[in-house]
Design a protein around this ligand. Structure first.
Ligand code: PLP
Length: 396
């Protein structure tokens, strides 16, 4: 297969070949690189397990109990015989968490976007999506066959301009994320929702990085901003702050009934296994019952950012648990990540084409696996390598 060989060789030469790096995750959330078992374990600043629920005793116990009681697999798709009562329990809990009438489970967030968007719009319809929306959203858009317009990131005025020009007569769907995964910035959801007063469209909000963290009850930015009424579909994953796997869509009963009949990634795929549902149920109950987990996270996020600012870092560190440090060139981002790795810190260098040219960055994801002391160590290590390799990023 000369074509594959050439493609891989070109990527390798350009330094952009992606590679898997097997790790062992220790009970405290640190990572042991499988290729270097003698190195001390690394602090993980790259995971989305924000509340450390993947390792929470109540989540693990509930997962064990579901596995023991219901077996290892659901056995079939939901519309066949795989529709376990357990799935409905989780859907009710999620509908409650999201303040919506009903919810529907999907195998993953990727499958949810790839299935829901084509169920809602097709040829003759139109989609308006934020330029920085997740790959799964764009794949769902492509699959739908609807005309696609991308608006400038977090820019409701640009969306309005496009709506005025291209709304047309078919169904219109607007897709945003509430917290963006690479920039950690927050969507001006109130302004987007307000456009519904002048334009007719369905609003889909992907809360992958917000559910469990924002809102008085952990319902996400939709809850925090009080815009539940304007949101037709709230999508989220159980694989991030909720610590397990799978995804959901929450909406009206009618919307869910429709998706059961139309979303192909729901219809033609085996239902999630009991152990995963048990874990997710416990996680949803934990975040609804107890705000102390997210409060603890926000305290650590604030401490981390303060330490960086006091050390002279002038970059905008954003409003969320995802802390981007923009450095410019890809080579610099890689060098900085390499230096941090030597000091036992696993942080991701995010480079073009994932982000625009000249805006390569280090991305620090703060989780409850990291203690205040760990975060001080990370901040000081970062300030130290910046002083050596990129002093222009520091004040004074
Ligand atoms: C991670 C993510 C997804 C995919 O969810 P998975 O459950 O990991 O498949 C979808 N949308 C956004 C915005 C995400 O960040």
């Amino acid at each position: 297969m000369a074509r594959l060989t050439d493609w891989l060789a070109a990527r390798r030469a350009a330094g952009t070949l992606r590679r898997l790096r097997p790790v062992v995750r220790l009970a405290d959330g640190r990572l042991q690189l499988a290729a270097a078992p003698d190195l001390p374990p690394l602090l993980d600043l790259s995971s989305n397990d924000y509340l450390a629920l993947s390792a929470h005793p109540a989540v693990i116990a509930a997962s064990h109990a579901a596995l023991n009681g219901w077996g290892a697999g659901a056995g079939a798709a939901r519309l066949m015989s795989g529709d376990l009562a357990l799935h409905h329990q989780l859907e009710e809990a999620v509908a409650g968490l999201k303040g919506q009438e009903a919810a529907l489970l999907f195998g993953s967030g990727f499958m949810a976007n790839a299935g829901v968007i084509p169920a809602l719009v097709g040829r003759g319809d139109v989609i308006f999506a934020d330029r920085l929306d997740h790959a799964s959203i764009y794949d769902g858009c492509r699959l739908s066959g609807a005309r696609l317009h991308r608006f400038r990131h977090n820019d409701p005025d640009h969306l309005e301009e496009l709506l005025a020009k291209h709304r047309g007569k078919g169904q219109a769907l607007v897709v945003v994320e509430s917290i963006y995964s690479m920039d950690g910035d927050r969507c001006p959801l109130v302004a987007f929702a307000a456009l519904k007063e002048r334009y007719d469209f369905l609003l889909l909000v992907d809360e992958a990085h917000a559910t469990g963290l924002f809102g008085a009850n952990g319902g996400g930015v939709i809850e925090a901003d009080g815009v539940g009424e304007a949101v037709d579909l709230a999508l989220g994953t159980f694989g991030k702050a909720l610590g397990s796997y799978g995804a959901y869509i929450a909406g009206s009963r009618e919307m869910i009934d429709y998706l059961v009949n139309r979303a192909r990634s729901f219809i033609y795929s085996t239902a999630l296994p009991p152990a995963v549902i048990g874990a997710s149920l416990a996680a949803v109950e934990l975040v609804r019952a107890d705000a102390s987990l997210r409060q603890a996270l926000w305290a650590r996020v604030a401490g981390f950012k303060d330490r960086l600012r006091q050390g002279g870092l002038v970059a905008d560190l954003g409003p969320s648990q995802i802390v981007p440090v923009e450095v410019g060139e890809s080579s610099l981002a890689l060098a900085l990540a390499g230096e941090l790795l030597k000091q036992g810190i696993f942080a991701t260098a995010v480079r073009p084409p994932t982000v625009p040219e000249g805006t390569a960055r280090l991305r620090f994801s703060v989780t409850l696996h990291l203690s205040d002391d760990d975060l001080v160590r990370v901040a000081d290590a970062l300030l130290d390598v910046l002083r050596r390799l990129a002093p222009r990023l520091l004040a004074g």
